[in-house]
Ligand binder design. Structure first.
Ligand code: SAH
Length: 217
């Protein structure tokens, strides 16, 4: 089957067939070539309903899980977004389709460099990528006047990283898997009028968030 058909069917069956209804999110999935974000041997599986290995013990998340997080974030075309855990860069590309500007941080240098090359090749010009510990956020850009409208963590956090929360605008939305190393709850934290409202959105399994304000290894 042609790659384009595989991608269309992924959107119909795995996303629309479940509870993904946000048209902008669905369009982003119709656009971004997921097979470009995995190694050549895995390209046949790129549109399957599961996560895939990307090297360094890390994974590209299941399409549905990425869609669920993006839908919760209600991204507007004017939003500035911060992503922690670039991995392959797949979710970064989807964010770049939805938002004005995307900042993304990856801890593993080899993955970060590869994602940077890939996103450049695909001609994304609204992404800034850096290698480092994302639990500090993106302090160079952050000032009280200009934080992030949306923040997403693509790795399992033991608790809400405080520095990220302080870089979230009001109003703003942060989405993250929070729990132990093997299983987490998908958490949405909304900041509005100086208050935080937390809601949970089912169980998930992400690789651990490793850093100074997260798991130590
Ligand atoms: N969304 C990615 C999948 C990410 S997997 C994709 O679409 O491919 C989670 C990633 O988070 C891994 O690459 C891991 O190295 C990274 N990570 C873990 N802890 C981190 C930290 N403190 N800062 C930045 N990245 C981190």
């Amino acid at each position: 089957m042609k790659i384009e058909d595989q991608r269309r069917i992924m959107v119909e069956e795995q996303l629309q067939g479940r509870d993904i209804t946000d048209e902008r999110v669905l369009d982003a999935f119709r656009t971004v070539p997921r097979h470009e974000f995995v190694s050549e041997e895995l390209q046949h599986f790129a549109y399957h309903d599961n996560p895939l290995g990307i090297g360094a013990g890390q994974t590209i998340s299941q399409p549905y899980m990425v869609a669920k997080m993006l839908q919760l974030m209600c991204i507007q075309p004017t939003d500035t977004v911060l992503e922690i855990g670039t991995g392959s860069g797949y979710q970064t590309a989807l964010l770049a389709e939805l938002a004005l500007q995307v900042y993304t941080i990856e801890r593993v240098r080899s993955l970060g460099e590869e994602a940077r090359r890939r996103l450049r090749r695909l001609k994304y010009d609204n992404i800034s990528l850096k290698i480092g510990d994302g639990t500090y956020g993106w302090r160079e850009t952050f000032s009280a006047a200009k934080g992030f409208d949306k923040i997403v963590i693509a790795a399992g956090a033991p608790h809400l990283p405080e520095m990220l929360l302080s870089q979230l605008n009001d109003p703003g939305i942060m989405v993250l898997p929070q729990g132990d190393k093997l299983q987490q709850t998908l958490l949405m934290v909304e900041k509005r009028d100086g208050e935080l409202v937390e809601t949970t959105h089912g169980m998930c399994n992400f690789v651990p968030l490793i850093g100074d304000d997260a798991w130590k290894n």
